[in-house]
Structures are given as structure tokens and as C-alpha cells.
Ligand binder design. Structure first.
Ligand code: KMT
Length: 220
């Protein structure tokens, strides 16, 4: 099954760990995403086929071509010997890796950290997270500044492009085990919104408008 994502009810004052669906629900599906591509449906369809033909057991497709969020479905039981993960790491130069448990018992200053994670921000680099256990939400802004909530579960690897506004929270399960990947020495610095003059933000905005297909080509 593909990763689950939906537009959030931004007026909801509910606990951030709840799904915060709109009523009625507005799911963000591959079909919806294809509809957002400004070229044509056939190009989008081509990309889905192309992506599928270039992966082995896993499913890989653009979560949103305009957003530049990439997604792979992998086998979390086999992360130590997974040829597909190895290939993604080699192709994209992810030579750094660590594992992180996020839950109240294992994170020092848990409330403060979660507050920071849930404050809208960007990074100067891609954010690559592979969920090995548990589940959590990454919220990303679309080009109309709407929040899309992406629910990652064991087996989901997502890449948020540099410069995308996003935030992170646990869900009501209160536990996630993540693999973090990076090119070179990791930099986790969060730059809170507004960051319109940040080079990564400017580059992201430029790519949103003019380099959608080019970005997709490079990714595979
Ligand atoms: C981030 O940008 O690093 C986060 O939002 C935290 C989630 S992964 C530790």
C-alpha cells in the first residue's frame, strides 16, 4: 500500500498527534498528485511506470512532483542487508547513517524537542528519514501553502527536499524508530519560517516553478 497522506484541517485545535483530517477527508493520492502536474496526465503516468520499472521489490514514486517529496516502500526487517536501500544510498550519496528512537522515555527534553520539531522550518539540505518501527507524521506545505500530513510507518522512506517548509510530530502511538541518512557530515539545523531569503528556499521555489520534470529525471 502506498504511503498515506491527506490535507489537514488547519482550523482544528486538536492534539497535534491526532490525524486532523478535513471533513470530509481529502486524501492526497497518486491520482491527485498526477492531476497536480502541470504538464499532462500521460507524463505523470509515464513517471509512475518508469519509477516502478526502476525498483526491485519496493514501490517508488513521486509523492508530489510539484513538492519534490520522494517516497520508497522498503522492507524494514531487512534494513541491514537491503540491496534496495544500499542502492538508494549509493545513488544519492548518503554515506552517513544513524538510528534514532523518538518517544518520551528515550529523548532528553522530550517536550522541548517535540515543540521544536513541530515548529515550521526548512533545512539547507534534504531530510531523509526511513521509518523502521512505530509511526509518525511529517507535515509539508504545498505550493498553495496548505498543510499535507504524511503518515510514515515501518517501511516508509521519505525524502523532503531542501527548502520545503515542514514539521514533524509523533502520532498517538508515541513512538517511532527512524534511520537518518545524509550526504557527508550531518547538519540538522532547522531554520524556522519565514526563510524566503534562504538560498535553499529560493532554490526550492525556483525548482517548483521551472524544474519539475528535470528534478524528477535526476532522482532516478
Ligand atoms: C527535522 O527536521 O529534523 C525534524 O523535523 C525532526 C524529525 S526527525 C528527528
Amino acid at each position: 500500500m502506498a504511503i498515506e497522506a491527506w490535507f489537514m484541517d488547519e482550523t482544528s485545535g486538536e492534539d497535534q498527534r491526532l490525524p486532523r483530517h478535513c471533513y470530509p477527508k481529502e486524501l492526497v493520492s497518486p491520482d491527485y498528485l498526477a492531476g497536480q502536474i502541470s504538464l499532462s496526465i500521460s507524463v505523470s503516468f509515464f513517471w509512475v511506470l518508469f519509477s516502478l520499472s526502476h525498483t526491485n521489490s519496493g514501490l517508488c514514486l513521486y509523492l508530489n512532483t510539484e513538492l519534490g517529496v520522494l517516497y520508497w516502500r522498503l522492507n524494514p526487517e531487512n534494513y541491514e542487508n537491503d540491496a534496495e536501500l544500499k542502492k538508494i544510498r549509493e545513488d544519492r550519496g548518503y554515506n552517513y547513517m544513524d538510528l534514532l528512537d523518538i518517544c518520551p522515555e528515550k529523548v532528553a527534553d522530550f517536550k522541548e524537542k517535540l515543540k521544536n520539531f513541530y515548529t515550521e522550518h526548512i533545512h539547507a539540505d534534504e531530510e531523509i528519514r526511513y521509518c523502521l518501527e512505530g509511526s509518525a507524521y511529517f507535515d509539508v506545505r504545498d505550493k498553495y501553502d496548505r498543510w499535507i500530513r504524511i503518515w510514515i510507518k515501518a517501511g516508509d522512506l521519505i525524502i523532503l527536499p531542501a527548502g520545503i517548509y515542514h514539521r514533524f510530530t509523533l502520532d498517538t502511538g508515541d513512538y517511532v524508530k527512524l534511520m537518518r541518512l545524509f550526504v557527508g557530515e550531518p547538519v540538522w539545523t532547522a531554520h524556522n519560517r519565514p526563510q524566503e531569503d534562504h538560498p535553499a528556499r529560493k532554490e526550492y521555489i525556483k525548482n517548483l516553478v521551472t524544474e519539475k520534470v528535470g528534478a524528477a529525471l535526476e532522482a532516478y
